[in-house]
Design a protein around this ligand. Structure first.
Ligand SMILES: Cc1cc2nc3c(=O)[nH]c(=O)nc-3n(C[C@H](O)[C@H](O)[C@H](O)COP(=O)(O)OP(=O)(O)OC[C@H]3O[C@@H](n4cnc5c(N)ncnc54)[C@H](O)[C@@H]3O)c2cc1C
Length: 444
């Protein structure tokens, strides 16, 4: 293994590769209105999508963002658009183990609704004319073990039946049709999946919102929300405003302003590296049909080629907490070269990190807590989903009390021993790494 310093190209930057195309930048800081119909906390995909749908229905909205717009996960992610194929590791809440039929019906409902998030994203990109290198080039999920391969095969009927995702299995001896690697035990191909440039998608949404009657307030951190539905008081570092409705869209950055919701979210760091532009023949050979790739390990990796096809953009949970590139990059580099030994010696130009929001049932959620609307809990897959849930919360506000999404119907569980401080993450990370190694050793 090379020394850490040897991995970095002289042009190396500890920031997202995506920010070379568009970076969060200071916007004018407006005077806060004394009152508004809807206040939105957080200016990522969810917050902006909510604001846009409200504005399209002539409902006044103010988006309060603690940092510059684009600071959060929405300009840091891998840009893989999955639309719900990763849903359903487990379901918590009131339903019991005996409720198998209800659980299955609910799962179908959720997967169907998650599919709607995929088409919603495609519709918005088209309707708002957002240029972000979107392509529907499919996804390959590599099986870490033969058991995982069988488990993936067991989900085919559900995914194809309920959500028509065009899923099929690719056995190990045909795996090189999807990836120039023998690392996996085969895997699942999903045709209805895509990828985009996350920062350009974000910029597109932000530009559309700037062209509407939406108040966008950067550097405005919400510190407290008091009151009840219809009459909230929102206190920020820049003053106080009254709001009839409040939408919490702070996802992996949810903090003490909404303490009950903070207790339901486990912020987990995800890390990504990008390589220098590769030799063109090598670059073309790595992922033959330009699929987005992920795998089934507990410490999962996800990767793809850059939109111009020249670089490998490789992400994973190198650590579950925020760490410097000196720590995360060598780990991701090892994961990358385990999958692609042909990338050994290639230098890195970027390494970065961001927070994803895990929930105790591994499900995204929308609903109300103490009268506050929320769209939270991407569990690592939120490009389509958080955009959709933000939009759906706005539909709920515009349309009154009707159910707009299956994700409203599930309880949003907390855990008695968790107060919002994920001190246990390093331990969980170590345990998961051990379980992954054991799974492969004990695979039949
Ligand atoms: C490294 C990484 C890779 C990922 N890869 C993928 C992928 O390939 N595909 C995929 O589907 N998903 C991926 N995700 C997840 C996806 O990026 C997120 O689900 C999505 O961006 C969440 O959008 P959001 O609007 O809910 O939250 P964010 O974009 O995180 O925005 C939340 C905002 O709330 C603000 N905020 C927090 N508290 C306050 C407060 N008190 N007052 C005001 N503002 C506040 C924050 O500053 C932040 O800007 C990835 C995430 C990361 C971090």
């Amino acid at each position: 293994m090379a020394r850490t310093a040897d991995l970095f190209d002289p042009s190396f930057k500890a920031e997202p590769y995506w920010w070379d195309a568009w970076r969060p930048q200071p916007l004018p800081v407006p005077q806060l209105p004394a009152k508004t119909a809807v206040t939105i906390i957080g200016g990522g995909y969810a917050g902006l999508s909510a604001a846009l749908e409200l504005a399209r229905n002539n409902v006044e909205a103010v988006v309060l963002e603690a940092n510059d717009f684009g600071f959060g996960a929405s300009t840091r992610n891998g840009g893989m658009v999955s639309g719900g194929v990763t849903l359903g590791k487990s379901l918590g809440g009131k339903r019991t183990a005996g409720d198998a039929a209800a659980r299955e019906a609910l799962m179908s409902d959720l997967i169907g609704d998650a599919g709607a998030s995929f088409y919603h994203l495609e519709d918005v990109l088209k309707r708002e004319n957002i240029a972000c290198h979107y392509t529907r080039s499919g996804r390959f999920t590599g099986a870490w073990t033969r058991r995982h391969y069988d488990a993936l095969a067991g989900r085919l009927a559900l995914l194809n039946g309920v959500a028509q995702v065009g899923a099929s299995m690719l056995p190990r001896d045909r795996q090189r049709e999807a990836i120039a690697s023998d690392f996996y035990q085969g895997g699942m191909l999903i045709e209805r999946a895509g990828q985009l440039h996350p920062a350009l998608y974000y910029k597109g949404l932000l530009d559309v919102c700037r062209g509407r009657a939406i108040t966008l307030s950067p550097q405005t951190r919400v510190v407290r929300v008091a009151g009840t539905q219809g009459a909230f008081t929102v206190t920020t570092n820049r003053g106080v405003l009254a709001a009839r409705e409040v939408v919490v869209a702070s996802n992996g950055y949810t903090g003490d302003a909404t303490p009950k919701l903070k207790r339901k979210i486990i912020p987990v760091a995800s890390h990504i590296i990008a390589t220098v532009p590769l030799d063109p023949a090598l670059a073309r050979s790595l992922i033959p049909h330009n699929r987005a790739i992920s795998d089934t390990q507990r410490i999962l990796c996800y990767y793809r080629m850059s939109p111009d096809g020249t670089r490998m953009v490789f992400g994973g949970r190198a650590r579950f907490t925020q760490v410097s590139p000196e720590i995360s990059a060598p780990i991701l580099y090892r994961y990358m070269t385990q999958r692609f030994p042909q990338l050994g010696g290639v230098k890195l130009t970027h390494a970065w990190t961001g927070n994803v929001a895990f929930t105790f049932d591994f499900m995204p959620h929308m609903g109300r807590e103490d009268g506050l609307h929320y769209a939270l809990g991407c569990n690592g897959s939120g490009v389509a989903m958080m955009s959709y849930l933000g939009h759906q919360v706005a539909r709920k506000i515009v349309g009154g009390g009707n159910r707009v999404s299956a994700f409203e119907d599930i309880d949003f569980p907390g855990h008695a021993g968790y107060a919002g401080n994920p001190w246990f993450l390093p331990l969980v990370g170590g345990y998961y790494r051990m379980r992954d190694r054991l799974d492969r050793m004990l695979d039949r």
